[in-house]
Design a binder for this molecule. Structure first.
Ligand SMILES: Cc1cc2nc3c(=O)[nH]c(=O)nc-3n(C[C@H](O)[C@H](O)[C@H](O)COP(=O)(O)OP(=O)(O)OC[C@H]3O[C@@H](n4cnc5c(N)ncnc54)[C@H](O)[C@@H]3O)c2cc1C
Length: 395
């Protein structure tokens, strides 16, 4: 198998790099390189620049305003973007709902919602999980009862990422209690301005506000907002999760984090020498670097073979990608030693004389990234999925 990029792919890579050098706002890139979180305004500014170029929806076909890029082009773009310091685009509309509407939506839904995702008119969030339904998602209890040409929704969603910025939420709701739990679930689009919806913040361990709880009380949603058929939402839910998990592999981000880790290890000193020259620490870095190289090749191989929605192989990428990223965070913590201890918010906000940016943000990043092996379906559940596949125990 040949893993060299072709001359055309190299030319494409150069074009991407030129575009990023010319159009990525420097202030945003500097924030990304410093590890600062990127707010709504900067995210929207960057997404608008990408949309003007036609490079926002990497995975969509050109007929719907996407790039039409093949998997290798998507990979090359992703890696160049992280290297340049581009912030990540928000996946809920672009990588999750968009592919769902393209595959399952009516022409009206496609014509209305897809351009709004591209133009930044809508910021979507994901209403899957509930307090009693995370790993066992099919046990969800949020009900949608039919009343004429509306559904009336009652229940609660939780862990809704960036819901505080959103104006829309796509939800899994129970429309029937007959048969297997999976057979009574529907996929609906909900306007967050509808009366009866309340969003409450959940504070994270590092002090940030990233996730929320959403409460629904007699929320009336037009039946036209149903995607696919009533009670057939489980198929759509799984299709969407395949896209979500592949995105979580995050090869480009991990490669950038590895570069930073090496910088920190080169400037940290232990026992009179640079930490990167310590055989034990160097071996740890080498191990994760080899894993990352292997995952990069696996990622490319799988993406180029995947037809439509990624299948269980997305679970493998999700496990490997998140474990690698958490290992990189952990090694950075070790490299920084006592300087990796949490710093107060005041130190993060200003130019604190005692700490540089890498150190000051390390603890927050380390703690925040504990989530990687949980969200999008925990890694234990992904291992169960893979075991069922490989042991022939597929249901
Ligand atoms: C930061 C963050 C952001 C999130 N964002 C969103 C979002 O935007 N929208 C959304 O809908 N959801 C979101 N989630 C929810 C996420 O998908 C769930 O947390 C996840 O699916 C796990 O479900 P749970 O939290 O209910 O854990 P549980 O299902 O209660 O699991 C607890 C532990 O038990 C293990 N476990 C459970 N069942 C099994 C089993 N059968 N075999 C082996 N181990 C098992 C799990 O792996 C886990 O370690 C987010 C979660 C986090 C932490």
């Amino acid at each position: 198998m040949n893993f060299e990029f072709s001359p055309e792919e190299r030319a494409f890579q150069a074009e991407v790099e030129r575009f990023l050098a010319d159009h990525l706002p420097r202030d945003i890139a500097e924030k990304v390189h410093r590890g600062e979180s990127i707010g709504k305004a900067d995210t929207e500014r960057w997404q608008a620049i990408l949309n003007d170029k036609g490079w926002l929806a990497l995975t969509w076909p050109t007929a719907f305003g996407g790039t039409g890029w093949d998997p290798v082009q998507q990979y090359l773009y992703d890696e160049a973007a992280w290297r340049a310091g581009a912030p990540r685009t928000i996946p809920f509309g672009l990588n999750m709902l968009g592919p769902v509407l393209i595959a399952f939506g009516t022409p009206e839904q496609q014509g209305h919602y897809l351009p709004r995702i591209l133009n930044g008119d809508d910021w979507w969030c994901q209403g899957y999980s509930e307090p009693g339904a995370g790993s066992d998602l099919a046990s969800l209890r949020t009900r949608a009862d039919r009343d004429g040409d509306h559904y009336v929704i009652n229940g609660q969603k939780t862990w809704t990422t960036l819901g505080q910025h959103a104006n829309k939420i796509f939800c899994l709701v129970r429309t029937s209690s007959e048969g297997k739990p999976q057979e009574g679930i529907s996929f609906v689009l909900v306007d967050l301005d509808t009366p009866g919806i309340e969003m409450r913040p959940i504070k994270l361990i590092e002090g940030g506000h990233e996730v929320n709880e959403v409460f629904f009380t007699d929320v009336r949603v037009p039946v036209a907002n149903l995607v696919g058929e009533e009670n057939k939402g489980w198929t759509i839910a799984k299709f969407l999760l395949g896209h979500e998990r592949t995105g979580i592999a995050g090869v480009g981000l991990s490669r950038q984090t590895l570069v930073k880790l090496k910088e920190v290890a080169a400037s940290s000193r232990r026992n009179g020498r640079a930490l990167i020259d310590d055989p034990l620490f160097a071996a740890r870095i080498a191990e994760v670097e080899i894993d990352l190289a292997a995952m990069m090749i696996t990622n490319l191989r799988m993406l180029s073979q995947a037809q439509g929605s990624p299948g269980p192989e997305a679970s493998m990428l999700k496990i490997k990608g998140t474990v690698i990223h958490q290992t990189l965070n952990d090694l950075a913590r070790r490299a920084l030693g006592p300087a990796a201890a949490p710093f107060p918010a005041e130190a993060l906000a200003g130019n604190h004389a005692l700490v540089d940016d890498t150190q000051a943000r390390n603890a927050a990043r380390y703690f925040n990234n504990r989530k990687l092996s949980i969200f999008g379906g925990s890694n234990e559940i992904q291992r169960n999925i893979l075991t069922k596949m490989t042991q022939g125990a597929r249901r």
